[in-house]
Design a protein around this ligand. Structure first.
Ligand SMILES: NC(=O)CC[C@H](N)C(=O)O
Length: 376
């Protein structure tokens, strides 16, 4: 195995072995704390532009299979692990993780003290990093550091066009149809669509650049904004479209990036968290029921809402409640509009990977659709 280097923008260097494809990858370096679900993590489009550090020390044990993919490819820019499994042991496995990383040209590194790296990122914050292996690792360290310092910053980055669908498509409801949802694909995960279809929702998925006229022409019972990579501040066009949807009074639901864009459409700011939330063991409280859910997260930004429990939307959409909060750092994990039919969560009710505690949010979407239909 050839030597590889992980170089951080603050000059810290870790050395290890090449894992997956050889070459170089540059991106924002972030850590994910899931003990399971590496395949779902790698194929989540929200990780585009990021080098993911897996805090679980042993990765690749169960190989990879087509059924556990959240999209059709691996999206992470680079991959950092401690100890990749030398064998694949699972009856569902179709290939090994290192083969899969090679297939998608993902430059990774193994043999890294991921605990020390994570502690560093937790203190210093997420930053840009680079993985260099093979020929790419043979340049002077100063040169590699300046290459990392020249890489794109996540703040201000727009990545929706990179991950979105090229064409719109429709997925039928399973069983009898209770409604139709028009989805804006900002990097959607397969499980989200499956949860909707399983509840009798037909979904029509549109590219990120869709306008409100096209969305409304699909005659939807609700509009949905998905998760996705990049800085919500750089998604001004989608925020404008969302305002037109809110004005139309068609119900709205958003997940993760979708929550951040609802926040911005309502007139709140978004900001970058020091190192973000990525994992499947994050405690969140639903303020409506007082219940605590263990939830799946993948976000580096959050919506800023001061005061409460109810505040006025600065953009004039009436009262807004912070419906969910993180019990780790109190950040906003959900928004509920009290005067228009719109709500969203910052975390992942589709989980994948993760606990199923928050699947009920898809039932809330169905309830909102039915309530809205009954009111007509
Ligand atoms: N999973 C997501 O939708 C991520 C949203 C946004 N890119 C963030 O990092 O906060």
């Amino acid at each position: 195995m050839s030597q590889a280097l992980l170089v951080l923008e603050d000059g810290r260097v870790f050395s290890g072995q090449a894992y997956g494809a050889e070459g170089k990858s540059l991106g924002e370096i972030v850590f994910a704390t899931g003990m399971t679900g590496y395949q779902e993590t790698l194929t989540d489009p929200s990780y585009a532009g990021q080098i993911v550090v897996q805090t679980a020390p042993h990765i690749g044990n169960t190989g990879v299979n087509a059924r556990d993919e959240e999209s059709q490819r691996i999206w992470v820019e680079g991959y950092v692990v401690r100890d990749p499994s030398r064998i694949v042991s699972n009856f569902r496995s179709e290939s090994s993780l290192s083969e899969e990383l090679k297939k998608f040209g993902v430059v990774g590194i193994s043999g890294i003290d991921t605990r020390a790296l994570t502690r560093h990122l937790r203190t210093a914050g997420s930053m840009r990093g680079g993985v260099f292996s093979g020929e790419a690792s043979k340049f002077p360290i100063e040169q590699l550091i300046s290459e990392v310092q020249g890489a794109a910053k996540m703040k201000g980055l727009s990545l929706s066009d990179v991950v979105t669908t090229a064409e719109s498509y429709t997925i039928p409801a399973d069983g009898s149809k209770v409604g139709r949802v028009a989805i804006v694909d900002l990097g959607i995960k397969r499980s989200t669509i499956e949860h909707m279809a399983a509840r009798g929702l037909e979904v029509v998925v549109f590219p990120a650049k869709v306008d409100s006229k096209t969305l409304l022409a699909a005659n939807p019972d609700a509009v949905f904004y998905s998760n996705g990579p990049g800085d919500p501040e750089a998604a001004g066009a989608q925020v404008e479209v969302l305002r037109e949807i809110l004005d139309s009074k068609v119900p709205f639901f958003g997940i993760c990036f979708g929550n951040q864009l609802l926040g911005r459409a309502l007139g709140f700011e978004t900001y970058k968290l020091p190192f973000g939330h990525r994992g499947i063991n994050q405690p969140v409280m639903d303020r409506r029921t007082g219940k605590v859910e263990v939830t799946a997260h993948n976000h580096g930004f959050a919506v800023k809402v001061e005061g409460g429990p109810e505040v006025q939307s600065p953009a004039g959409y009436g009262r807004v409640a912070v419906s969910h909060v993180s019990l780790n750092d109190d950040c906003v994990e959900g928004l509920e509009c009290l005067d228009i039919p719109a709500f969203s969560v910052q975390y992942h009710p589709e989980a994948a990977a993760g606990p199923h505690d928050s699947n009920y949010l898809f039932d809330r979407l169905v309830e909102l659709i039915q309530k809205n239909k009954a009111a007509k």
